[in-house]
Design a protein. Sequence first.
Length: 190
Amino acid sequence: MSLAHVLLTSLIEKPSTGIELARRFDRSMGFFWNSTHQQIYRELSAMQQKGWISPIEEDDAASRKKTYQVELLGRTELADWMVKQSPPGQLREELLVRLRAEAQLGGNTALPELERHLQLHQDNLRLYQAIFAKDFAHADEHDRTLFIHKSILQLGIDLEIGWINWLENLIPALNSFDESSSNQAKPKEN
């Protein structure tokens, strides 16, 4: 998947300016696709050159803001991309590599980072649950678009719960290894 496909999807949902896209991106798509505002603007320019999007004529000609809409070439590109097969996303998590390194080096040096990640996942879970309560608690169950958006958010909630459960089990277990190894280092008293 490329940023272009994310932006095409967002623009089909609602024609937008670059700043509106960047803000919407931060509030929704950004939860599962990371991109900077600069990357978004650069990609919009490339998509316009390919004929995938075009600016909508504004009533205020003095405005520098361009509101983009998806053109037929962009819809065709998105439709072609939608039917392509792709493997499941690969988990690229730096924290897991650090933990494997600690398994070899010892010292429980990853514990503060594990605890920080636990807090971050708890914060994300609260945010996702608040969005769910605000946007989907009373959503029309027969609205296909809302159902898909709700399902994506539910996956995010489930993933955060999985991370939290894993970290809440891992952290005390690693602490107990630290305690048992320090107990083994002390000489036994008779």
